[in-house]
Design a protein around this ligand. Structure first.
Ligand SMILES: NC(=O)c1ccc[n+]([C@@H]2O[C@H](COP(=O)([O-])OP(=O)(O)OC[C@H]3O[C@@H](n4cnc5c(N)ncnc54)[C@H](O)[C@@H]3O)[C@@H](O)[C@H]2O)c1
Length: 338
């Protein structure tokens, strides 16, 4: 089997999990690592030792694209670098797995969608929560109709970000682009990614105790779907309690509460525990990146779009921009992008 040659951009914290995924999957090999700061070369060497590959290190993205023979790329740089890095890879004809957030502005998101469409490459945005085994099984149960029609949903992402780039709008984006995206994406996943959203209303507040954030850290948003169903999402970037990912879904026959579900065949007051892994740890080593990397490779192999290709994932980002506009203006925003 000819292995797909993959370039890793930004050999930092999350990159190690992408590398682990490519090294475990027999269909891929790491072909190049591209770094953007002096310490990246040493980190590249640590990953070479840890995972047993010999790919060259580049500190020049253009040179890496021209020389490495890579056919695909994982963009693992920090948030404000995603647009330029993903665009360079797409324009060179590489298939691209871009970590979240896809980009920081509506124009950047639309630019990446257009570039991917015109080059015809496979793209994927790293909304890893969908790949937790308990979440995937709950989704299968929902699709099989076990809970009836899901008519109300809540998802919340509560975490505390440590690190300079994560606390500044110029590099991290916003509380929604940093982590709230995970909650919003999961809400869309369960309520129906293609169900049109008609209106959003967002509120937010500045940091209450951490002095280093220059963006609003806690935010809540209400979504009204075009068919009248409701969703609520919230996030907090300075949460002084352990990492929490909340999921609550009410259906006409039952529903979901975190890793528990209730279905018609159960006694009225009972919840059943969903076996498998549920998102309850912030550390990337506990996230199902290898499964997500294998899904990206499945898409390349079969030539089909990812469910989270740039064009489909774009919906969540445009919802975020609408929520943030609502929070800034204090008014609900009609959502016209579907
Ligand atoms: N899907 C998830 O659950 C998840 C989890 C963690 C991180 N992420 C995303 O992965 C991306 C990387 O996060 P990370 O924690 O691995 O980042 P990191 O701080 O380890 O940095 C990653 C790379 O970005 C580049 N970089 C960082 N700071 C730079 C600077 N000041 N100047 C130039 N280049 C710089 C470097 O190449 C570095 O190796 C982020 O976009 C983050 O949102 C996603």
């Amino acid at each position: 089997m000819v292995k797909k040659r993959v370039m890793i951009m930004g050999p930092g914290w999350v990159a190690g999990e992408h590398i682990k995924g490519y090294c475990r999957d027999p269909r891929a090999e790491v072909a190049a690592i591209v770094g953007f700061r002096p310490e990246d070369a040493a980190q590249c060497e640590r990953y070479r030792q840890q995972y047993g590959f010999a790919a060259p290190y580049y500190d020049d993205l253009g040179k890496a694209i021209a020389e490495s023979g890579a056919q695909a790329a994982s963009v693992c740089t920090i948030n404000h670098m995603h647009y330029a890095n993903a665009l360079a890879a797409v324009e060179a004809g590489l298939h691209v797995f871009c970590e979240k957030p896809l980009a920081l502005t509506p124009e950047q998101v639309d630019g990446l969608v257009a570039a991917a469409r015109s080059r015809g490459v496979v793209t994927h945005v790293g909304h890893v929560v969908r790949w937790y085994s308990a979440v995937a099984e709950l989704k299968r149960k929902a699709e099989a109709g076990l809970f009836g029609t899901l008519y109300y949903g809540e998802a919340d992402y509560f975490h505390q970000y440590i690190g300079e780039w994560k606390t500044k709008a110029a590099t991290g984006g916003s509380t929604w682009l940093m982590g709230g995206i995970h909650a919003l994406d999961l809400l869309l996943h369960f309520m129906g990614h293609d169900s049109p959203v008609a209106e959003v209303y967002g509120v937010w507040q500045p940091a209450q105790w951490r002095k280093d954030f220059d963006y609003e850290t806690a935010s809540c948003a209400i979504l009204r779907f075009a068919d009248g169903r409701l969703g609520k999402v919230a996030t907090d970037a300075e949460s002084a309690v352990p990492y929490t990912f909340r999921l609550r879904l009410h259906g006409t026959k039952g529903g979901i509460n975190q890793a528990f579900y209730h279905s018609p065949d159960m006694p009225p007051k009972q919840w059943a525990k969903q076996e498998g892994q549920y998102p309850d740890d912030w550390h990337v080593a506990e996230h199902p990146f290898p499964a997500e990397v294998s899904y990206f490779l499945d898409c390349i192999e079969s030539g089909r779009d990812s469910d989270l290709c740039f064009a489909r994932a774009a919906k969540a980002y445009h919802l975020i921009f609408a929520i943030e506009h609502s929070a800034r203006t204090g008014k609900p925003v009609r959502f016209t992008r579907g």
